[in-house]
Design a protein around this ligand. Structure first.
Ligand code: ATP
Ligand code: MG
Length: 243
């Protein structure tokens, strides 16, 4: 079930979050992971998201990407009220609009690197040969043209991460959310990936949100949103001074 263009309302931001909250568990084990989040991601922007471990970064990305339901608030992505979509529509929405790079790479162990990257295209019914060809092109962009037929266990952590990055980009999604995309990469490869994000995945109707602890890549962000204990406490534009 495709999201029709007629279902898109006008939008000012790629992502607009208003009063978004999310609580896990009940009683003694209850965790308020997101508390009244207010955040806009601009069209054409690469926004970095920083904050200490456990402050809610992955939860926030998951809500933005329609992977996790918020409890309250407005989650608007390119004019689509994600919080109002049925589960079936939400799944279609994700396939059409979102590329997610998970903190754990979530590669399928029985598929080769090229097949893993082709998965988002196969799901939207791209013929196998065409999907794998495009997957190989994206693997080549992340420097893995020699590894396309390797299985995940035959790849290093950094190589697996680059496969996950290629998989998120291959379907040319309008919103890419990445959880620590450079964590397993050396400095030069991390910069190469960020340059590739900016070059291949940004235009006025696309946006990228990147969670990172890595101050070597801060200069690739247009702004840096800072989280603490379930809240956005600041959005910095003067981040060259944070490096
Ligand atoms: N499925 C879950 N069930 C219960 N609590 C959860 C669940 N997922 C996350 N939490 C809690 O919500 C809080 C925020 O978690 P989250 O994974 O978003 O943090 P994070 O900022 O991404 O941390 P890190 O930098 O370590 O990845 C944490 O306190 C965590 O324990
Ligand atoms: Mg996390």
């Amino acid at each position: 079930m495709k999201i029709q263009d007629s279902e898109l309302t006008s939008y000012n931001f790629a992502v607009s979050l208003n009063s978004v909250s999310k609580t896990f568990g009940t009683g003694d084990t209850q965790v308020k992971a997101l508390k009244d989040i207010e955040l806009n991601v601009r069209c054409g922007e690469l926004l970095l998201l920083v904050g200490p471990s456990g402050c809610g970064k992955t939860t926030l990305l998951s809500v933005m990407a329609g992977i996790l339901d918020s409890d309250d608030g407005v989650v608007d992505v390119f004019g689509v009220r994600v919080d109002k979509l049925s589960q079936t529509k939400k799944t279609s929405f994700r396939r059409q609009y979102i590329g997610f790079i998970f903190q754990q790479f979530n590669l399928i162990p029985t598929l080769t690197a090229a097949e893993n990257v082709a998965v988002p295209l196969l799901i939207i019914k791209t013929p196998y040969a065409k999907a794998v060809k495009k997957a190989r092109e994206y693997l080549s962009m992340v420097g893995l043209s020699e590894r396309t037929e390797f299985f995940p266990t035959q790849l290093s952590g950094g190589q697996q991460q680059r496969v996950a990055i290629a998989r998120a980009l291959v379907s040319e999604p309008r919103l890419i959310v990445c959880d620590e995309p450079t964590a397993s990469l050396d400095g030069d490869t991390g910069k190469l990936v960020m340059e590739m994000f900016r070059r291949t995945a940004l235009s006025k109707d696309r946006a990228i949100v990147v969670v990172t602890h890595d101050n070597r890549i801060f200069s690739y962000g247009d702004r840096i949103a800072e989280m603490l204990d379930g809240r956005i406490i600041a959005v910095h534009t003067d981040h060259q001074q944070m490096m």
